[in-house]
Design a protein around this ligand. Structure first.
Ligand code: BV8
Length: 238
């Protein structure tokens, strides 16, 4: 019954936001962060790896952890959930905005336009310290991580680490979309990480959580659908 209710809400909604987290990519084979067994952080603590301090302390360890994730993500494909979202956007241009916490690029790979990548993209890197003319003038010296031959500046993953601000323009666009939407689908997130999770509490629209288990955002939901992204999203968005 509740799937049909949400399908009705979707048909009536002029503006929809999909806020996704790691669970959106789980059925593509990308480990989530906090699932006890498979979670990326079951083996590591975020503070040990996903921070600038950790990178400055041990650039090689952090670089190699991201290089491993980059290689893993390069081998996987968007799942039926990503594809259903992109197909909906194709059929209804401008009606659905994707704001994702994921850095795997799978929404973009599925063909979703204008994805708001709140935490960046693991496939890209940038200079650790604001790049200088010397860094820009040459290709980085290969290494773990690559570096500038002149000043020693290091390359780092172009993702948002803990303690770092989200890209202001992307966050502002997500906040604006959340505030204006009629319906927000919150898919595959534990709702632990802010300010991204806060978007689900800053919307005037109805909130639908899609998650096989309880999350920190269930209390913000009008409806909780206990199921997975790749099974429920094709049903909801067909
Ligand atoms: C910041 C990139 C300002 C790197 C990531 C309040 C306000 C502001 C900040 C804070 C605040 N409270 C605390 C903070 C600090 C911190 C924070 O939120 N800490 C948490 C741990 C408490 N936030 C920050 O530091 C942010 N910056 O606020 O700047 C500032 C500046 C200085 C000082 C203070 C503040 C930056 C946060 C960004 C961190 N970077 N990623 C990388 O990837 O390595 S976060 C990381 O966690 C990923 O992006 C991930 O997506 C994200 C959130 O996790 P989830 O996506 O939810 O994944 P998780 O595994 O937890 O859950 C998966 C869910 O899917 C589960 O519920 C599971 O049941 C479900 N699932 C599983 N399978 C499926 C499924 N669902 C559907 N289908 C399935 N098949």
């Amino acid at each position: 019954m509740t799937v049909d209710v949400v399908r009705g809400w979707l048909r009536a909604a002029d503006r929809v936001v999909l806020l996704s987290g790691a669970g959106m990519s789980a059925e593509s084979g990308v480990p989530t962060f906090r699932d006890a067994q498979t979670g990326l952080w079951a083996k590591f603590r975020p503070e040990d790896l996903a921070t600038e301090d950790a990178f400055r302390r041990d650039p090689r360890m952090v670089w190699d952890w991201y290089a491993m994730r980059r290689e893993m993500v390069a081998k996987v494909s968007p799942n039926a959930g990503h594809l259903a979202v992109a197909a909906f956007q194709q059929r209804h241009p401008g009606r659905l905005t994707v704001a994702t916490q994921n850095v795997d690029g799978l929404h973009q790979g599925a063909g979703s336009p204008g994805v708001l990548a709140l935490h960046g993209n693991v496939a890209e890197d940038k200079w650790l310290d604001a790049s200088r003319p010397c860094c820009l003038a040459q290709t980085p010296v290969p290494g773990h991580p690559p570096s500038c031959a002149t000043c020693g500046n290091l390359r780092r993953p172009a993702v948002v680490w803990f303690g770092e601000m989200l890209p202001a323009d992307v966050l502002a666009a997500a906040e604006e979309a959340a505030a204006a939407c009629d319906l927000m689908l919150v898919v595959g997130t534990s709702g632990v990480v802010y300010p991204a999770a806060g978007l689900a509490r800053a919307t005037r629209g109805r909130v639908v959580v899609v998650n096989p288990v309880a999350s920190e955002l269930d209390d913000a939901a009008d409806v909780v659908l206990r199921g997975t992204a790749a099974t429920l999203l094709p049903q909801l968005l067909e």
